[in-house]
Design a protein around this ligand. Structure first.
Ligand code: UDX
Length: 432
């Protein structure tokens, strides 16, 4: 099939490349000419393991092309995916749909034959109805169909999540569109992916409900971890003990710092804002948002205790600053609140991240990027493991001991407390 992906951010680029790898002809379109030129040279704007090879392979075999001419690209395609950003409105909670509606208007003026228009971006319930209204102003209803097909890609695992999805969700009222979507996804369905056909609004809500539930699950175990710290319990025992119940499931039960990323914070706010608009109070998700927003303060109080309330001039090293491992994404990473707060208290902060120095810390006082994290551990009064990069999992702390005892605050529980204490490290974890 001939596909056009509008937007070459996370969703558009990964989905577009993976669709081309399944044998479709895909045009990835972006307004940003430099981004398009870079993509043509195989320069990938996002850090996603395995993506570069797929881009180069499919660009070479001409199944994948890049363009910044949206009108022409739409005319050449049968299926148009809207993959533009839906960020949280500045100072608010609801999703900013400006880019979505602009794309709809551009599509309306480019339809030359029947098109399926798919929202793959995460959009609030009823957005598909709005898109339909915008396009109907210029195009007769029988020349297009608006379908919801949300993605469930995790950063760092996006290609795997596309190729082996638990489910493909397609929201449409039209039989013909549903059939076309089933054909498009048939290679994945034949490999075992479930195909879920719903109404368009249900598909829109499924995406938000899924992310809100995952955020709730993480916040739940984070709060249980708080109780474990007060009662001398290892939260990992609780995670395993409840996770073996198939109704709960063991994944997304790893306690840690506040969750971050470009989705959970945005989507939990957006779903509660949509519900408020429909006079429905999603009190559980609202409490999840509050709990997560307070989490960094809670962990900083722990840092204060570990340093016996003497933070000024203390050397604190952050191992990892991205919102999770295998990504360079800093959006809503809990390090963005913790590092400036410690700097304000006079700490001397260094950080290392495998994805390099971060512009976000350039203007923060007494914060520097440290290439040689092992010598930085030796010099630090406190080493904080913020992101669970593999690079940190086999450090031999014994070799790093020097005149003073090493103190480690493992916010991701990547180390064994017993082994660390045997290595002579003053060790603190989360919920244990
Ligand atoms: C998420 C959803 O998983 C994905 O399905 C959706 O399409 C986009 O949003 P992503 O934001 O890339 O994906 O990352 P994810 O792996 O879900 O982690 C989100 C946050 O939760 C990170 O800060 C991560 O550190 C945290 N997390 C995750 C935990 O603290 N504990 C866990 O057990 C899992």
């Amino acid at each position: 099939m001939k596909l056009c992906m509008i937007g070459t951010g996370y969703v558009g680029l990964v989905s577009g490349v993976c669709f081309s790898d399944l044998g479709n002809d895909v045009i990835c379109v972006d307004k940003d000419l430099k981004k398009i030129e870079d993509l043509k040279k195989g320069i990938i704007p996002i850090y996603e393991p395995g993506l570069e090879e797929l881009v180069i392979k499919n660009y070479k075999n001409k199944r994948l092309t890049f363009s910044n001419n949206l009108k022409e690209s739409i005319k050449k395609s049968d299926v148009i995916f809207i993959c533009v950003g839906t960020p949280t409105k500045k100072g608010g909670s609801s999703a900013d749909l400006t880019q979505i509606y602009n794309a709809a208007k551009e599509i309306a003026s480019s339809i030359n034959k029947f098109k399926i228009i798919i929202t793959k971006s995460t959009v609030p319930v009823t957005t598909g109805d709005e898109i339909e209204k915008i396009i109907s102003k210029k195009v007769s209803k029988n020349k297009f169909s608006v379908v919801s097909n949300p993605e469930f890609l995790r950063e760092g695992e996006a290609i795997r999540d596309f190729t082996y999805p638990d489910r493909i969700v397609v929201g449409t009222h039209e039989k013909k569109s549903n059939q076309i979507m089933k054909n498009l996804y048939s290679p994945l369905i034949s490999k075992g992916a479930s195909y879920v056909h719903t109404s368009r609004r249900a598909a829109e809500l499924i995406k938000y409900a899924a992310n809100a539930f995952l955020a709730t699950k993480i916040t739940f175990i984070n709060e249980i971890a708080n109780l474990c710290e007060q009662t001398g319990i290892n939260v990992e025992d609780v995670s395993i003990g409840i996770g073996l119940d198939k109704r709960i499931g063991g994944r997304f039960l790893r306690a840690g710092p506040a969750y971050g990323g470009s989705c959970f914070p945005k989507d939990t706010k957006a779903i509660t804002s949509t519900a408020d608009k429909f006079k429905t109070n999603l009190s559980v998700i609202k409490s999840v948002i509050k709990s997560n927003e307070k989490r960094s303060i809670l962990l900083l109080n722990r840092v204060n205790k570990i340093l016996q309330k003497k933070i000024k001039n203390k050397k604190i090293l952050f191992l990892g600053v991205t919102f999770k491992a295998n990504t360079d994404d800093m959006r809503d990473s809990s390090s963005l609140s913790m590092i400036p707060a410690l700097s304000k208290k006079g700490a001397l902060i260094s950080y290392y991240d495998p994805t390099g120095e971060k512009k976000e810390f350039k203007k923060v006082k007494n914060v520097k990027f440290e290439k040689d994290f092992k010598s930085a551990i030796r010099e630090s009064d406190l080493t904080i493991v913020h992101t669970e990069w593999n690079d940190f999992k086999s450090i031999n702390f014994k070799l790093l001991l020097n005149r003073k005892k090493l103190t480690v605050y493992d916010m991701r529980n990547i180390y064994s407390p017993n082994k660390m204490r045997k290595q002579g490290v003053r060790y603190f974890g989360i919920g244990r």
